[in-house]
Design a protein around this ligand. Structure first.
Ligand code: NAP
Ligand code: F7E
Length: 343
């Protein structure tokens, strides 16, 4: 008789949580998701999957209630995806970020240690640990860390706690050092989704212009649907370890803007420099993109580019969706949402 495995996902209402829940349900898991109370929740990311999983109210910062959930549900695997995940916001709320993104991992590890050391845990670590110093790319598992934001510092502490509990207590704990990954379910204040929503609204005449911060920043953008597969794979190995997950391609924010407008039928021409830079519609000369210094960050990560050879070799994983396909997928989805009056 096959005994069903059970997974507990924190952050199940977020981008990655929704794709992971879908994947694990397909694989025959019982899935339990943690959901913090909010004033209105429509579970739009989860869609049909909402009815196939169990949602339990709780909060990352509540030791006792998290412990009760884990003692009662007895999961085989925990996927810790919940966090204050916005780098820009972490400069505005550094202490909350330290708690939600860093300390919460201590809490979970302590619960595993107390309740059942056989529970495996996946930690949503990040390429932000590298800080993107020029000359260190492509970044892999051996690249030195140099975090440049309260978010990255909190994630760095979490990274080391995972490693420490693995090495000290033998807990099956893995860090997935994931580079940026996006999708039509991406939060609206991350740059890719902010761009695709704005382009779709501009095309529909609902918005005049797209305002951005640093367009020179380079990111290695992949698709969230591809990346959740590798979270699962990490926990199925004989040995717990840490892996860089990336596409191996890097592009500027400006290139993502150009590509998104291209999918929507525009060609953007650039004029001016730094804060004066503008993007115009080649056909009409209308300004569609400009810089708003409000979106600059006190600390920036200029260039991320990942070397995923270890994940390829050990986990047999390769990303299916790369830059152009990703921009097209997101752009087409937001064009449709705007057409339906959803944005
Ligand atoms: P996301 O869409 O922002 O989702 C974050 C999730 O965490 C949401 O479900 C959120 O709940 C939940 N959460 C936040 N604080 C909580 C609390 N105190 N108690 C319970 N739940 C809480 O993030 P994502 O893009 O899916 O990323 C998933 C994880 O991977 C995050 O840890 C992120 O830092 C990390 N990561 C992401 C990327 C990327 O490019 N996407 C790359 C590397 C690492 P609400 O719905 O209530 O807000
Ligand atoms: O910014 C620049 C910004 O907020 C990307 C998170 O999932 O990936 C994500 O962090 C770049 C930065 O993502 C705007 O300055 C310009 O250089 O989309 P983002 P992020 O900071 O890279 C990592 C791997 C994570 O772990 C995080 O959880 O774009 N940028 N103008 C802008 N960014 C935003 N958000 N808004 C702008 O208007």
């Amino acid at each position: 008789m096959n005994i069903k495995k059970k997974a507990f996902i924190t952050g199940v209402t977020g981008q990655d949580g929704s794709y992971l829940a879908e994947l694990l349900v397909k694989k025959g898991y019982d899935v339990v998701g943690l959901d913090r109370r909010c004033s209105e929740r429509d579970y739009w990311r989860l869609g049909e999957t909402r009815n196939k999983i169990k949602i339990i109210e709780g909060d990352l910062m509540e030791y006792e209630s998290l412990r009760r959930i884990i003692e009662t549900e007895k999961p085989d695997e925990i996927y810790n995806l919940a966090a204050q995940s916005h780098v820009g916001s972490s400069f505005k709320t550094p202490l909350t970020t330290l708690d939600m993104t860093g300390k919460s991992v201590w809490i979970l590890l302590e619960i595993i240690r107390a309740v059942d050391q056989k529970i495996k845990i996946y930690q949503a670590s990040t390429s932000e640990l590298f800080g993107g110093d020029p000359g260190t790319e492509p970044q892999n598992e051996k690249t030195p860390f140099n975090p440049h934001s309260p978010y990255a510092i909190a994630k760095l502490a979490a990274f080391h706690m995972i490693k420490l509990y693995r090495e000290s207590y033998g807990i099956f704990a893995c860090n997935g050092i994931l580079f940026n990954h996006e999708s039509p379910r991406r939060g609206e204040d991350f740059v890719t989704r902010k761009i695709t929503i704005a382009v779709a609204r501009i095309k529909a005449g609902k918005q005049e212009v797209l305002e951005l911060g640093n367009m020179d920043a380079k990111r290695d953008w992949g698709f969230a649907g591809d990346y959740v597969e590798v979270m699962y794979e990490m926990l199925q190995q004989d040995k717990a370890d840490d892996y860089v997950i990336s596409t191996g391609e890097t592009h500027t924010v400006r290139e993502f803007v150009e590509e998104s407008f291209r999918v929507a039928g525009y060609e953007i021409v650039w004029e001016g420099k730094d804060e004066k830079e503008i993007g115009k519609d080649k056909k009409t000369g209308k300004v569609l993109v400009r810089i708003n210094p409000e979106f600059f960050r006190p600390g920036e990560v200029p260039l991320l580019l990942g070397d995923n050879s270890k994940a390829k070799k050990v986990l047999g994983w390769t990303p299916k969706v790369t830059f152009k396909k990703l921009a097209k997928m997101m752009m087409e989805d937001d064009l449709e949402k705007v057409e339906k009056g959803l944005l």
